[in-house]
Design a protein around this ligand. Sequence first.
Ligand code: FES
Length: 166
Amino acid sequence: MAAASERDEPRLSVGQVAKRADVAVSTLHFYETKGLIRSWRNAGNQRRYKKDVLRRIAVIKAGQKMGNSLVEIKETLAKLPESRTPTKEDWARMSRFWQAQLDEKIAYMMRVREMVDGCIGCGCLSMKSCPMYNPEDIVATEANGAVWLDHPEQAKAAKNCYDSKN
Ligand code: FES
């Protein structure tokens, strides 16, 4: 039986990881350049991975499917002690966190969809009444991103604008 240090030796080649994780070799290289996974060089200067990289890739892929960017996934993974590969308990916490974020994104997209309804067939792009425009530069003064879409009064204004022109 191998000693613990030998068991933890990075042994998987890039081809083996790609096959077992069902991702392209180029994807592994990309994840590595983004700091999401890590490899070591063996004596022959070949790239080798620890076996737990497979679990890490599974978490990355699941995170992407839940609508997270690689930057967001990296930030979440970095919160784990010593950036360890997520355990079952870690994954339970991460998936709950990402699910809550997904709920927020869905709610946001529902609001956007409602606002776009008001713009269809309108074309005014009015600074005062169009919610798809940035009235009075609210974005710059209130927060980062399209937070003004959180203003339900703008959705009503769009509908009124649309209705008045149709
Ligand atoms: S174009 Fe958006 S409300 Fe007129």
